[in-house]
Design a binder for this molecule. Sequence first.
Ligand SMILES: [Zn+2]
Length: 300
Amino acid sequence: MPELPEVETVRSALAREVVTRKIKTVTVNDGRAVRRHKSAKDFRDLLEGRSIKGVDRLGKNIVVALDNGNHLVIHLGMTGQVRRAKNAKEPKPKHTHVDITFTGGEELRFADQRLFGELYVSAPPAEGEEVEISKFARLSIGGDGLSLRRQVPELAHLGIDPFEDQVGWDRFAAVLRSRRVALKSVLTDQDIIAGIGNIYADEILFAAGLMYDRVSESLSTIEIRRLHRTIPEILTEAVKQGGTTLADEMFVNLDGEPGSYQDQLQVHTREGQPCYQCRTPVSKVVFHQRATYFCVKCQG
Ligand SMILES: [Zn+2]
């Protein structure tokens, strides 16, 4: 499933591609991709004729700002892809459910084999309407995350975004110490920390030297500071590599190219292979229905 680095890879390419462009037509081939809207026509009418002002990201959501104050939200789900085409003649990827054509003829296509992903247009809250923002996100002292949540109420529940919200290690410590659950559950709970999923949780915990099932509230100050530092380090490096594309997964960028961070994974998908730090074979367990990889020697 695409996580923060993959979604950020798509976001930054989209920002270069579509800002200032005007949407001419929208074609919906499968209404399930726009299921929040009462009809495909409703979705189309909210987009056609609009220009794009900017492209942001919150957690695993791409947030496209339109010139009338609305936002187009794109979630890639498990197998979603956003692809660009110079014109309508370029062959469409399989499972293309939505086609957005700009006035210059360029297209954006949303393809999704399993259809857990979706697109929807979000309207900002009405004047005087309160948006309840995640208590974890409210710990932020800077960044764009809070204003994005205020403009897109559907995303207000999202927890701390490691890039968009600034939360110092001491406040991060308070979050961890308020939870009596396994660390991996905290890292992958989108309502606490937004953007991390199965792959990067394993990699972050390995880099921080912490076991996936350590009880969140049991961490020492040194461990918390290390984890707090490691999260943006790993995610930043993965963004530089264009994200991770595993053998059985579908992630590609706007041009259909895979990422390369899979070559740098330390534990995820490496069951039985020697740990790069200590040569102990990497272990795998199923934790909350998800494959979890770790080194018994390097993580404690
Ligand atoms: Zn090791």
